[in-house]
Design a protein around this ligand. Sequence first.
Ligand code: NDP
Length: 297
Amino acid sequence: MTEIIDGNAVASDIRAGLEDAIETLADAGARPGLATVLMGDDPASETYVSMKQRDCEEVGIEPHHVDVPATAPPIDLYETMDELNENPDVHGYLVQSPVPDHVDYREVIRRVDPRKDVDGFHPENVGRLVAGDARFRPCTPHGVQRLLEAADVETEGADVTIVGRSRIVGKPLANLLIQKADDGNATVTVCHSRTEDLAVKTRRADIVIAAAGVPELVDGSMIGDGAVVIDVGVNRVDADTERGYELVGDVEFESAKAHASAITPVPGGVGPMTRAMLLYNTVKAASQQADVPVELP
Ligand code: NDP
């Protein structure tokens, strides 16, 4: 029987585990605060931002939000960020991507106070992660690690193939999984669009992690018997549904499940974990800034 790894359940446990820490911080006068900044009016970004606000409210984190008009000059966004960097009630924040074309996203990332960089994208935090001294683990890679742990999947000594080398998923995840640590110690192969014989690399892996943004790129013929499959992908494909589309992962679920020992679904796998780990990083940031130690789940 293939185990279906339930990301909603694991995320819910983490969120519940954060509530004590949030109360401890609130009692010490440091209720954690998370701000979102949205430049422009991209509907998908609006949805993501409102989900993050709602997640905060549910666990007792104070949500803050700033809208910046799509056509505003970059300096308006930077000044908003400077204010958030200074605001003691905001312990973490993020600028929702994508930003409009006239704004340099790399500059945006560099502008965030690294202590409030709950996405973990600032170069200082990337460097710390690579050095094995992470301040904040980026949310999706951390979520994948926690899913593996919850499903009792040992990474030590495992051959892991990651499909995708993005700055937000593939690269940080590869770095985390090769760390000399209990949730690392894996041997990692990182594939990308120029990789030859992708199926050879996935088929020999004990753990396959798909993060390519290509619907159902990885099918059952690419999964070795008994492998664990983590599907990070979230892709909208046209479908005869009320919304006119459905969400599919980067893995062809049914055929992959036939070979896997455990697999994450889409939706309900990595997605809820990403959201939970943002809350986790916000609580961690508040604890560090207020110098109030708390136990994190
Ligand atoms: P990017 O587009 O930034 O990166 C995709 C990566 O996949 C690139 O490294 C690219 O290679 C590689 N790739 C693309 N096509 C192929 C292919 N045919 N074979 C092998 N490698 C390929 O995507 P993200 O990392 O931002 O996101 C990946 C997926 O994960 C998306 O579906 C996204 O929606 C989803 N996602 C889900 C999250 C969640 O919480 N569940 C969070 C973040 C992302 P190259 O570098 O050569 O271009």
